[in-house]
Design a protein around this ligand. Sequence first.
Ligand code: FE2
Ligand code: FE2
Length: 401
Amino acid sequence: MDIPSGQTGNVHIDIRIIKSGAQYAYDLMDEYGNVVLEAYTEFSDGLKKRLLADSITHLYYNPAMKKSKEEALKRRRESVVSDSLRKGVLENSRDLLDFIRENYNFSLESKLTKSRIDKSRSLVSSLLEEIEDRKDGVFDPLVKLKSLDEYDYVHSTNVSILGALLASKLEFSREIRAAMGLGGLFHDIGKSSIAKDILNKAKLNDAEFDIVKEHPHVGYKYIENNLHILELEKRIVLLHHERADGNGYPFGFDYDHMAQKTPREVRLMSLCDIYSALVSERPYGRVHTSMEALRMMINLVYAPFKQTYFFFPGDFRDFIRALGMTLNAGNFFLQPGDLVRLDSGEVAIIEEMNRLYPLNPKIRVITNKEKQPLKRQVPVDMLQNYSSYIANVFQKKENGA
Ligand SMILES: [Fe+2]
Ligand SMILES: [Fe+2]
């Protein structure tokens, strides 16, 4: 549908007159400029109901921002990074990790020269430029491997792109964006000290696992005194396996130590690392779809009722708000009908997702904190209490139960 324009600035449209199924050549925004409905997306009765329930009667569009259908569809499909650049980053990861493997020695003296590091830096700055231009695109991680030996090259490429993308979406400074991109490329360099037959094994014994657990520290020692690598980049190498429940390595920081000693940027890189691992082919564990991976990650967010948890809620919220839609091809990773558990311990059913705050949808609470069914179920809009969040999603069984 074409909306008559001819005015400058934003024009409003009364949603009560919009018919279900209507499509517009403009992004429709709320009064704060948040896009509520992208151009050429169908307006639904559900959306109308929700907006009216929130006392929103008007949406806005900018007549100067008319989009062609082809443009809108292309924008939706376009990837945040071109294939050619991604290939360049992958080749560079291979070069870098192979070089370290060949030149690794136990004196731990870094042979990474400035020119070698600069090559990675210039690729990361190309990444950041492309990402800036293609922010609305989707991110498809590399997931297929030619052989298991490829895993670390592919994984480092994904983590680098994800780190740069996340930093960019969160509007971090240019310097931090670059550091997160490079940190992603370098984060597992310590694995280059580990024999490939251990890295490629599906099941490790305790002794082998102890060797693998050394990789953050070994990697850090390798670059510790390298003047061409930034402090934040070194921290990413050293601390990307620390976990909020104290079960990470090499230090096993508890919740408070983790908060004090692991910078937020490093914790965000851990989220990128885990996401990349879940969606890729690897020696251990199967490939997960983006949706599965994101839902598994929700279950690793801290909540008072949990024993095992990896992430701070605030970090996960940042990650998911910035990347949730981008990783899941523009779709929600939670859906109405999903059974979830809140940080309070109460169990609820999702009624309606919130595009901007995916961990705070509209829900119906069905049990108390002890999981005992309520006599009367309570509808709640989780946005009313932003400090609460979804901390678990129950997986559906094949029979739908
Ligand atoms: Fe690692
Ligand atoms: Fe990793």
